[in-house]
Ligand binder design. Sequence first.
Ligand code: GLY
Length: 321
Amino acid sequence: MQSSSNWGIIATWRMAYEGISESAQMLAEDQDSTRAALHAVTRVEDYPYYKSVGYGGLPNECGEVELDAAFMNGDTLAVGALAGVKDLANPVLVAEALSRERFNSFMVGEGAREWALRQGFEEKPMLTERAQQHYVKRRRETIDRGLSPYAGHDTVGVIALDQQRKMSVATSTSGLFMKRPGRVGDSPVSGSGFYADSHIGAATATGLGEDLMKGCISYEIVRRMGDGLSAQQAADSAVWDLEQRLLERYGRAGDLSLVCMNNRGEFGVATNIDNFSFSVATATHPSTIYLAWREGKRTHYREADQEWLDAYQDRITAVVS
Ligand code: GLY
């Protein structure tokens, strides 16, 4: 296929900013979208202060960190995923390796871990002291004050488009804080937490996996882009429709936030929460952190200002008390 000078990368949340900025440089140098997406996700997995992904991720109700991750190659539609794995340094790299397997490409628990270790992937205790402190604090809040144990669950999802017009998407999460052991959300589930088709575009999700999966929302957004909607229209209409269906038929809707990009590098975002942050860079758009919110059926966004960025940094590094 003929190359183009177009490229792009977009990710859920501010936490992906450093990673996508480095990956943007890789894409500008004509590197492959798989490498770019994996680089951005591993940066988040390795950073101990992000408490919903990789090292430093928050544990399940038994105090154990169980990780989910996935990778999809938009050229071949190959998918690799793993769920409920413990003590692997970079689950997303294992997911990519699984995407190259003809069979057994979605693995869970001990089987996934053993396979990864046999392939030479790094073993690492993923529960940090800080995550343990959050766990103790949340248990206290849950018991003493009746707060929901399930608040806060931010998946990193990264979509990359390279100059060969190949799209890749990768996700990684420690899932819902205080989840039951064995619980799996949308992030490793193709069509829900992510989807990529280089002929059309890609989408990836963050929010309440139980509800995101009810709409196969990432696939639905890609499908709508394939039907001719812009990335923004596809994201907004699909998230709105899913939320309405959930409210009417299920009686409630959890957090639903998505980013998407078409194969021309045009991006979209949709959310039903206030202040959903996302990070994006394209050939024509410098690396930027945005804050998104919804008014009516439409998602709006503005660049994050210094005040917000400083408060964010203070919040994620604050002493756990
Ligand atoms: N969206 C991540 C999860 O529900 O596990």
